[in-house]
Write a new protein. Sequence first.
Length: 123
Amino acid sequence: MNKESQFSEIVLENGTFETRVTRKFALRKPYVKQDPGVVKAAIPGVVAEIIANVGKAVKQGDTMLILEAMKMLNRIMAPLHGTVKAIHVSAGEKVAKGQVLMEIESDDLILKESRPIMGRSHL
């Protein structure tokens, strides 16, 4: 890096500051806002049961599928009100952390920022 590119201007509430930028910081991946209608696995595991069907209306908090991880049954719940648009996994399938499980088409006109909801169950 040349001398000029080592410094970056940061604007905060109480003023503007110059700071050194590390190579790691300069090469970082930019933040990408997640689509709230895409439900991803928060942990790796095996799909124990799929409760929702394509075309089924779901409300925020409804259980859509059950993911078994470390001998615990985890309920994966709808992050928003909507209709199940697609299911990308099947019962018995192993899933990795971050893998897309389902897609929901929102019924809300304004989407609130949300995360997939995961609950634990001793079924």
